[in-house]
Design a protein around this ligand. Structure first.
Ligand code: SF4
Length: 316
């Protein structure tokens, strides 16, 4: 073949898009990081920090803030953005609730975030394990405030929400993750309006529980679509919005369409605050559980100020 044609036909190496400076983080090395890691291994606990390859792990674990992932480390869904292993999960570990409580006690946590994989194989979607974890934490570390980040409990959400709300977490988080148009490719096993209804149902059943939800940007969403998601969350009574940059965990996952600039995050944050969220965290490295303890206290202060301003009938 002519050399020119050979060159034309050669596979073109597509350079991996370089992460902008505002995304780069230091590799975790601190003693606090290693101590948190050892404790999680000793207690046989999975964390979303590791499984989702979170970029904040060095910072969070140095401060002994880890987000525990219950119901095992294997998910029954296969979302295009998520690094958690997919497959047939193992049986639920009956010791897990006590192990989570031990981790909270040993780390001296004032606030804990507990999340899980999706367990579509279980008759209650795993709701009863959330309840047991909340009960174990209340027994062992009564002053620790509890934030749960649950799946959508597909087709079982009414009973699941009922049971979990009854157990009384301080914050109920469920992420919408992206705009409805991208659900078929990014979150194919989920339904946008089912997730929204779950959030609405938590607020209706227990208005005193703070509700929280998050979206990732950089997946190809349009600005006005994100604004619409904010409006939808507000109509479901969501108190706290988190927004962060999507990062592609491996080449098999959905690719990053855009690195959203810190200035664009500030603009999203300003719009969200104007829409009436009690609290908004919007920055490239924001994740659902990033600075969750500090943000919980900010939410309490914001609600107290709102009640003072508007009286006990202030809208959620
Ligand atoms: S932001 Fe959340 S998931 Fe990431 S390391 Fe911190 S606690 Fe873990």
């Amino acid at each position: 073949m002519h050399r020119y044609l050979a060159l034309m036909n050669a596979p073109v190496a597509v350079p991996k898009p370089r992460k902008p400076d505002w995304i780069r983080v230091k590799a975790p090395t601190s003693e606090g990081y290693h101590a948190t890691r050892r404790l999680m291994r000793d207690l046989n606990l999975a964390t979303v920090c590791e499984e989702a390859a979170c970029p904040n792990i060095g910072e969070c674990w140095t401060k002994k803030h880890a987000t525990v992932m219950i119901l095992g480390d294997t998910c029954t869904r296969a979302c295009a953005f998520c690094n958690v292993k997919t497959g047939m999960p193992r049986a639920v570990d009956p010791l897990e609730p006590e192990h989570v409580a031990t981790a909270a006690a040993e780390l001296g946590l004032e606030h804990i975030v507990v999340t899980s994989v999706d367990r579509d194989d279980l008759p209650d979607g795993g709701a009863s394990q959330f309840v047991k974890v909340i009960q174990a934490l209340r027994r062992r570390t009564p002053s620790t405030t509890i934030e749960i980040l649950t799946p959508d409990f597909r087709n079982k959400s009414e009973a699941a929400v009922e049971a979990i709300v009854e157990a009384g977490p301080d914050v109920y988080n469920h992420n919408l993750e992206t705009v409805p148009r991208l659900y078929p490719t990014i979150r194919p096993g989920a339904r946008y309006y089912a997730s929204l209804r779950l959030l609405e149902s938590v607020k209706r059943k227990a208005p005193h529980i703070f509700t929280k939800s998050g979206v990732m940007v950089g997946l190809g969403e349009q600005r006005l679509e994100v604004h619409q998601v904010m409006d939808d969350m507000r109509s479901a009574g969501v108190d706290f919005l988190t927004m962060g940059q999507y990062l592609q965990p491996t080449p098999r996952h959905a690719k990053v369409e855009e690195f959203v600039t810190p200035q664009a995050f500030d603009a999203y944050g300003a719009i969200a605050r104007a829409k009436g969220f009690l609290l908004v965290a919007a920055s490239p490295l924001t994740r659902s559980s990033y600075h969750a303890g500090d943000d919980f206290r900010k939410m309490q202060e914001a609600r107290a100020a709102q009640l003072k301003r508007e009286g006990p009938n202030a809208a959620a």
